[in-house]
Design a protein around this ligand. Structure first.
Ligand code: NAP
Length: 328
């Protein structure tokens, strides 16, 4: 007797190798892009889908109600703010993500933003490119040191820890951090010290966000928090844009309440080209590239395929997010 293959809808392109692995086990529909046509194709495919794999799409109940046979969603991301976890658990749809494989690369991105903002790399590289490098730079173009400065990490999880490792061992930076709870192992390894959020904001030279977007963290950093930072503070966000009140950030940058910002994530993505952030020389903005290297994106896709195939085979995926949906 031949068993019918399960139906999988992909809304992210896979490498030929991973595509072949998935197709060996499942009937695959690929939605190439999430424009209006792609979304219409997705809505057409959902009624027969057993599994979904992709990223950067808000999959709310309105869409998922179209998928009565859905068993599993494999997100190609570690952040799961695009999903209604209670809804998925109620329907016993297994949600998996791709932690760990992106940790080091995302921490590299964080450090790239730290260095770029402190040393004004983008702003001054643009001076050279524009043919305006006519004499040696003077104090007006000087940056500020990174080594030896205090690195403040908000959200001491996997990525926070990888950032602390770079700061402590690579740049001799004292590490202070804020998280739900103190992390004795991290404190020992990096000589790090726990701080309340207001204390961290007052004491850190670099304030780095590495926590997830949740109901609790949405808007966590606003006018009141920027007011606690100093005129020399550099603010780095590699978590999610909505953790920050962007209007308050713009005001803090414009008024010199803080020195600079390195931002990989924004309230709305893609960032509007008219955003005031892009008119400020003291902002380095990158297009959500935290994990965007060839090696890491392939590792994330492999992890997501493994998670999805396990779930569709009735096994518990290695990176199950909503444990409540798992029936023993
Ligand atoms: P993780 O290991 O779960 O770490 C998150 C940390 O945030 C945890 O240590 C947690 O503290 C802390 N936290 C959560 N809510 C908090 C709150 N209200 N106050 C203080 N601390 C809080 O996750 P991760 O793998 O490091 O990833 C973190 C986030 O980075 C992801 O959720 C994603 O949004 C973002 N990210 C962005 C990119 C990008 O492209 N820019 C790439 C990858 C990830 P406890 O441990 O004490 O609970």
């Amino acid at each position: 007797m031949t068993t019918m293959k399960k139906q999988v809808v992909l809304y992210k392109k896979l490498s030929p190798l991973l595509m072949a692995r998935l197709q060996a086990q499942a009937e695959v529909t690929l939605i190439e892009s999430l424009d209006a046509t792609g979304l219409a194709r997705l809505r057409e495919a959902l009624p027969r889908a057993h599994g979904l794999l992709g990223a950067s799409l808000k999959l709310d109940a309105g869409l998922l109600d179209l998928a009565p046979h859905l068993e599993a969603i494999a997100s190609v991301s570690v952040g799961v703010d695009n999903y209604d976890i209670d809804y998925l658990s109620e329907r016993r749809i297994l949600l998996s993500n791709t932690p760990d494989v992106l940790t080091e690369t995302t921490a590299d991105t964080g450090f790239a933003l730290i260095l770029a903002t402190a040393r004004r790399v983008v702003e001054l590289a643009n001076v050279v490119r524009a043919g305006e490098w006519t004499r040696n730079v003077g104090p007006g173009q000087f940056g500020t040191d990174v080594h030896g400065k205090t690195l403040g990490i908000i959200g001491m999880g996997r990525i926070g820890e990888a950032l602390a490792q770079r700061g402590h061992f690579g740049f001799g930076m004292p590490i202070i951090y804020h998280s739900h709870s103190p992390k004795p192992a991290v404190e020992q390894r990096f000589d790090a010290q726990y701080r309340s959020l207001p204390e961290l904001l007052q004491q850190a030279d670099f304030v780095c966000l590495t926590l997830p977007l949740t109901a609790e963290t949405e808007g966590l950093i606003g006018a009141e928090q920027f007011a606690l930072m100093g005129a020399q503070t550099i603010f780095i966000n590699i978590s999610r844009g909505k953790v920050v009140d962007e209007a308050a950030l713009i005001k803090a940058l414009r008024t010199g309440q803080i020195r600079a910002a390195g931002l990989d994530v924004f309230e709305r993505e893609p960032l509007n080209p008219e955003s005031p952030l892009l008119q400020l020389n003291n902002v380095v903005a990158t297009p959500h590239i935290g994990s965007a290297t060839h090696e890491t994106r392939e590792a994330m896709a492999k992890c997501a395929v493994d998670n999805l195939l396990a779930a569709l085979a009735g096994e518990r995926p290695a990176n199950l997010v909503n444990v409540r949906a798992w029936k023993v």
